[in-house]
Design a binder for this molecule. Structure first.
Ligand SMILES: Cc1cc2nc3c(=O)[nH]c(=O)nc-3n(C[C@H](O)[C@H](O)[C@H](O)COP(=O)(O)OP(=O)(O)OC[C@H]3O[C@@H](n4cnc5c(N)ncnc54)[C@H](O)[C@@H]3O)c2cc1C
Length: 431
């Protein structure tokens, strides 16, 4: 046995880091485990270096909290580029054109400036380490979740694998931040799964400055995004045409090889055909395939397209939509929980939504917002069960917490949870 933490977060992508920080800041003894040797998941190792849409498309911020904290820290070190608040929602052609090279303009015309952020992934990783350390999170990298045997409606233990062999952890609450729902599947929760065409973003160095500042779509279907580093662009390669099951290692292996070869060929086209790329080189491929979706929880509530602009009494986060404007989804706490496993919370890419809404809730700001909500909820569940005299190591019921109090807590700490909280910070223009 490694330990008996209050809260175990599995997966240190953007959602898992936010969950761990939020739980630890609220006093929960928190362990975060991660299969790889790095923090951030797709946002860093996957080179998805764009926080798409912290706003509603009409000038109002809808994601703040820990995500905003990360943006502030990135900004302080010069590692973020984003439009200032007074320009959000503007359709001024020169403004829109100035943000297009950064990969921050999406959606059908009329295009507008959104609150989206291009960032440096290494700075993002360093900030995540700092946040975890400052909050007192116990971190264990190179540790692979293997199984979550459950009985009587709760996870009893979490089995992990590492070079040290097989070990057990007995948390009171488990947060599944694996992106693929590895924990929820093992614990017996209901889920949906889809196959997808994978992506493999890569970075190119040695690009001429005038190309960096130009509109990225060359007319040849070749796209690249400007980065804060001189001479370097980010190339969003994909989708590769062959669909895969992103939870099957044989499919993933085939996709790693196929995407890499195709990405190299794509780079050669850029170098041979694009002015300004003549002396360019391939800096690095993402070390994590770009998997947009795999498994999703079918939880206590499944958020649907029709829920756009519906305000939920148990909303613990909000998100806009990166290709649509003027629609805000409340994310009810019930999208993070399941009646089948009382001490499990699911966050990030694999929360309970339809495929349509997943397009919005999978984005990094929304993933961080659900992570933050889950961390706070886990800490609340621990406090409630300790208060009622439950012995240490006893699973805590995350479905029995006071969600109104959770919303107030999140709001007081700067998160946006929608209207109807006593310290209502929702739907505000922060910048
Ligand atoms: C091609 C593509 C383009 C995208 N574009 C954008 C964009 O422009 N802007 C935007 O905001 N979002 C974008 N997204 C979405 C966004 O990148 C992801 O949905 C988001 O980063 C998911 O965060 P997460 O923390 O839920 O999961 P992940 O980032 O996938 O993190 C999961 C973590 O869990 C770890 N893990 C997994 N399984 C285990 C296990 N068994 N044991 C231990 N650890 C495990 C992984 O190593 C990883 O670190 C894009 C996604 C893709 C694929």
């Amino acid at each position: 046995m490694i330990s008996t933490p209050d809260v175990l977060v599995v997966g240190a992508g953007s959602a898992g880091v936010a969950a761990a920080v939020a739980a630890a800041r609220r006093g929960a003894d928190t362990l975060l485990i991660e299969a790889s040797g790095c923090l951030g998941g797709l946002a860093t190792v996957g080179l998805i270096n764009l926080l798409l849409t912290l706003d509603d498309g009409a000038g109002t911020q809808v994601v703040a909290g820990l995500c905003q904290e990360v943006v502030d820290r990135l900004d302080a070190s010069g590692d973020a580029r984003y439009p200032t608040g007074e320009t959000w929602g503007s359709d001024a052609p020169e403004l829109v054109a100035s943000w297009r090279p950064w990969g921050l303009i999406w959606g059908a015309p009329p295009e507008v400036v959104r609150y989206s952020v291009a960032f440096d992934p290494e700075a993002f990783v360093d900030i995540c380490y700092d946040l975890l350390e400052e909050a007192g999170v116990h971190l264990r990298l190179h540790t692979w979740f293997a199984a979550a045997p459950a009985s009587g409606g709760s996870v009893d233990a979490v089995i992990v694998e590492s070079k040290r062999g097989r070990e057990a952890i007995r948390p009171r609450v488990v947060i599944d931040a694996t992106g693929d729902g590895d924990v929820l599947v093992s614990a017996g929760a209901s889920f949906e799964q889809v196959s997808i065409p994978p992506h493999l973003w890569f970075r190119v160095g040695g690009v001429e400055d005038e190309v960096m500042a130009a509109a990225p779509d060359s007319g040849l279907g070749l796209l690249w995004f400007r980065t804060a580093v001189p001479g370097r662009v980010l190339v969003p390669f994909g989708p590769h045409p062959e669909r895969i099951d992103a939870c099957d290692p044989d499919d993933l292996t085939r996709a790693e090889i196929a995407c890499r070869r195709a990405a190299r060929a794509h780079f050669e086209v850029l170098r041979s055909q694009m002015k300004g790329f003549e002396g360019a080189w391939l800096d690095d491929y993402a070390r994590m395939l770009g998997i947009t979706e795999s498994r999703r929880l079918v939880g206590d509530y499944v958020l649907r397209k029709e829920d756009g602009d519906v305000r939920f009494a148990d909303a613990v986060a909000q998100t806009g939509h990166w290709t649509r404007r003027n629609v805000v989804y409340d994310i009810p706490y019930r999208c993070l929980t399941t009646s089948l496993v009382d001490n499990l919370i699911v966050v990030g890419r694999c929360i309970s939504t339809t495929r349509y809404v997943h397009q919005a809730t999978k984005e990094i700001p929304a993933a961080m917002a659900t992570g933050e909500a889950a961390g706070a909820a886990a800490a609340a569940a621990i406090r409630a069960s300790t208060g009622s005299g439950a012995a240490g190591g006893t699973p805590s019921n995350v479905r029995a917490i006071d969600v109104a109090a959770l919303r107030s807590d999140l709001s007081a700490q700067g998160a946006i949870v929608g209207p109807g909280v006593s310290t209502d910070a929702s739907r505000r223009s922060v910048r």
